[in-house]
Ligand binder design. Structure first.
Ligand SMILES: *Cc1c(COP(=O)(O)O)cnc(C)c1O
Length: 345
């Protein structure tokens, strides 16, 4: 194990040794012909795990999300979603470019849209030549603040969506982290959405890949759209082999990352004169501010980098730590010790 401590994100995870071996030995075909057995196995497993009819292997989570939009949203029509969602903030305007969609961004409180506001925002009057129609509602679980959606909230959103016959897309880049937070399974959460995107390349350690799961006709359409984007991969079984281990083996280990997040949070709370925890971690994400810490917030990442510790700079004053498979107890302790030592000068 590399001695560097990288807490910037769980996207920095390298493939495990077992993944590298599985990749080297994977049976492959040509996935554009539909005959790569390892890709087919991965897609079938993901569909089963998420309780959906079909699934599609994609290059990235962004591609999975965008295919869900391309397959379900007519140009000029609307998508209702949180203003903080990845699709709005981190996908380079792809929804506008690829789907010609209009994003109706609503505020969230504690990760949740106001349900009355959501319902009032839906537009579904085919007679009215002025208004776009709402074609899709998007949710994120767990969300970018590390919050897991509650079943009550999901029931509320689904009831509204059904009333207006709106499909729901769930961006589940960290759906298995939501599962690891307990007590509900990924399939339980996915049952509230029509389409679901999951990432294999975050805490699950696969080098590349996501899956979009949903009804067979939607996934069939998404498969065609994936070709349009240049996302039809040939001997993709090499990548899918790592994805299989992500779902079969790494998924069970995500609870360890959550334990480390709780330890990091507890350690920060022990020094209230320096750190203010934003919220108790629900998944593998710890958010905090500096309060009276002797090193200025803008300098902290650089100072830690000198000690072989990587974190991102603050976003609006808030730091995020993301423990993952390649962060163990020793590294967690060393991070805390270094943070305290820097303050002591
Ligand atoms: C990481 C992430 C994605 C997809 O990211 P890629 O880097 O494109 O794989 C989508 N949604 C959320 C919430 C994410 O955290």
């Amino acid at each position: 194990m590399n001695s560097k401590i990288d807490l910037r994100s769980d996207t920095v995870t390298w493939p495990t040794e077992a993944m590298r071996q599985a990749m080297a030995q994977a049976p492959v075909g040509d996935d554009v012909y539909g005959d790569d057995p390892t890709v087919n196995q991965l897609e079938a497993l993901a569909a089963r795990m998420l309780g959906k009819e079909a699934a599609l292997f994609t290059v990235s989570g962004t591609m999975g999300n965008q295919l869900a939009l391309m397959a379900q949203v007519e140009r000029g029509n609307e998508i209702i979603l949180s203003e903080r969602s990845h699709i709005v903030v981190h996908e380079a305007g792809a929804a506008a470019i690829l789907s010609g969609a209009q994003l109706r961004c609503l505020p969230v409180v504690d990760g949740q849209l106001d349900l009355q506001h959501l319902e009032a925002t839906i537009r579904k009057n085919p007679e009215d030549i002025h208004s776009p129609r709402t074609d899709l509602i998007c949710l994120e679980n767990a969300d970018s603040d590390g919050l897991v959606l509650t079943l009550d909230y999901l029931k509320g959103v689904r009831a509204i969506a059904r009333r207006y016959q709106e499909p729901i897309h769930m961006d589940g880049a960290r759906l298995f982290n939501a599962e690891a937070a307990g007590p509900y399974s990924a399939a339980d959460y996915a049952s509230f959405a029509d389409t679901v995107q999951i990432c294999l390349s975050k805490g699950l350690c696969a080098p590349v890949g996501s899956l979009l799961a949903g009804p067979a006709p939607v996934i069939g359409l998404a498969r065609r759209k994936r070709k349009i984007l240049g996302g039809g991969m040939r001997q993709a079984g090499i990548l899918a082999a790592a994805g299989l281990l992500a779902l079969q083996e790494q998924r069970q280990l995500l609870v360890n990352d959550h334990q480390l997040a709780l330890q990091l949070a507890a350690a920060l709370k022990a020094y209230p004169q320096w750190f203010s925890l934003i919220r108790e971690p629900q998944i593998n994400m710890v958010f905090f501010r500096l309060t009276g810490y002797p090193v200025p917030a803008e300098q902290l990442a650089d100072r830690l980098a000198e000690k072989q510790i990587l974190i991102n700079g603050p976003d609006d004053g808030i730091f995020r730590l993301v423990p993952h498979y390649w962060i163990n107890q020793e590294k967690t302790n060393r991070f805390i010790d270094t943070l305290i030592a820097l303050a002591a000068g």
